[in-house]
Design a protein around this ligand. Structure first.
Ligand SMILES: NC(=O)c1ccc[n+]([C@@H]2O[C@H](COP(=O)([O-])OP(=O)(O)OC[C@H]3O[C@@H](n4cnc5c(N)ncnc54)[C@H](O)[C@@H]3O)[C@@H](O)[C@H]2O)c1
Ligand SMILES: [Zn+2]
Ligand SMILES: [Zn+2]
Length: 377
């Protein structure tokens, strides 16, 4: 089958790889209808992780069941399904608590597994014609048959739940004012979730014009950080008051001018949030970043205004999203017409266009915001 394969920094290729096979009675093979390119893939694409040549990318996967193992009871060939980016077993202590992003069974020596991602276990990604899904009864969410809501449902694999999770991590309550840093796909989903959940005001910070206009279109207040300190811009609009909640949907590759400043957004969150407010940090931070700008950052040590955080009595939450905790309810919001997360989707392509799409999405040009690959079209 064809798959998107990582070659070297700033280069992926589409090439033939062996078809996946059932390796365990609990596996299913899914024929991919939609698979998204994620900002998380860009960390690997840019050579900012230990990812090696040959990884098949793709952790945001949706499709139709092709074949199931003898131990699979709830699925059959022909079922339309979407898979959380997390690979989880369903029965370890963390899975039992709903913390499926920290499954202790699927990636020895590590809490958490994913498809197509460095250090997340031996699970090839779904930017390919077919995908092997382990613990398939647990990891597949059933969808209504047919082709309706294809692009909305595809976002249930990661960014819609992750944006929602970022808001939850911040301790959000209806009526809160929220500042979301980053208006990439995750940040836009966080802003959208906060609005769906009854935020009084949402600020959306970025500098990419197409992304800021998407934020504005859903009812958030766009803040362009290239025009000056975003915290001051938000405070000015609020007569000097901080927001109740702030969400980091940027992570360790945060920019300031032309430079990466890994603690930029963490510091901004502490500055912009009122005392006793909360910070949600779904943006990615890594324990080892060989390409980091200084020796501390290379070991995952970042400077934080911890004194200020203490003084303000802020709470914070971070980590990978436990997608399974949210995806059923968010699916039903889509089915009932209450949520249309696909407003972030800017490009739908065949698998052959993937190398070009990676390049443009990485440069954040030409309106590339969220790309969905349809490998079997
Ligand atoms: N926790 C999880 O489970 C999870 C899941 C998916 C993605 N992520 C992470 O979330 C982050 C965002 O993902 P994405 O797909 O939206 O990525 P993205 O790279 O498309 O978006 C990041 C956005 O942040 C903006 N940005 C850069 N510096 C900024 C700054 N100083 N202030 C404000 N905005 C700034 C960029 O212009 C860009 O639009 C990534 O770090 C990704 O790895 C985490
Ligand atoms: Zn993703
Ligand atoms: Zn588990």
């Amino acid at each position: 089958m064809k798959a998107v394969v990582y070659q070297e920094p700033f280069r992926v290729s589409v090439q033939e790889v062996p078809d996946p096979v059932l390796e365990h009675p609990n596996d299913a093979i899914v024929r991919i209808t939609s698979t998204c390119i994620c900002g998380s893939d860009l960390h690997m694409y840019e050579g900012r992780t230990a990812a090696e040549r040959g990884i098949v990318f793709g952790h945001e996967n949706m499709g139709v069941v092709e074949e199931v193992g003898a131990g699979v009871t709830r699925l059959r060939a022909g079922d339309r399904v979407v898979m959380p980016f997390n690979v989880a077993c369903g029965h370890c202590p963390n899975c039992e608590r709903g913390r499926t992003a920290f499954c202790t069974e699927v990636n020895p020596g590590f809490a958490g597994g994913a498809y197509g991602y460095v250090a997340m276990g031996p699970y090839p990604g779904g930017q390919a014609e077919l995908l092997r899904v382990p613990f398939a009864d647990f990891n597949c969410l059933a969808l209504p048959a047919g082709g309706e809501h294809e692009t909305d449902f595809a976002l249930l694999a990661d960014i819609f739940p992750t944006g929602w999770h970022g808001v939850t991590l911040s301790g959000f309550e209806p009526g809160d004012a929220v500042a979301v840093f980053g208006a990439g796909p995750v940040g836009l989903m966080a802003a959208y979730s906060a609005l769906l959940r009854g935020a009084s005001e949402v600020y959306s910070v970025d500098r990419v014009p197409e992304r800021l206009s998407k934020a504005k279109a859903i009812g958030a207040m766009p803040i362009d950080f290239s025009e000056g300190d975003p915290v001051e811009q938000i405070m000015d609009r609020r007569s000097g008051r901080g927001v109740d909640r702030a969400v980091d949907a940027v992570g360790y590759q945060a920019m300031q001018g032309d430079h990466e400043v890994p603690n930029r957004v963490l510091e901004d969150l502490v500055r912009v949030t009122r005392s006793t407010g909360g910070l949600g940090i779904p943006g990615l931070y890594v324990p080892s970043d060989p390409g980091g700008p200084d020796p501390h950052a290379r070991e995952g040590y970042l400077m934080l205004p911890f004194g200020r955080l203490f003084e303000k009595g802020l709470s914070l939450g971070t980590g990978q999203c436990n997608v399974k905790h949210y995806n059923r309810g968010l699916r039903d919001l889509i089915i009932e017409g209450k949520a249309r997360p696909s407003f972030v989707v800017s490009h739908e392509i065949g698998i052959e266009q993937a190398p070009e799409a990676y390049e443009k999405f990485d440069q954040r040009v030409e309106g590339y915001t969220k790309v969905i690959i349809h490998p079997n079209r």
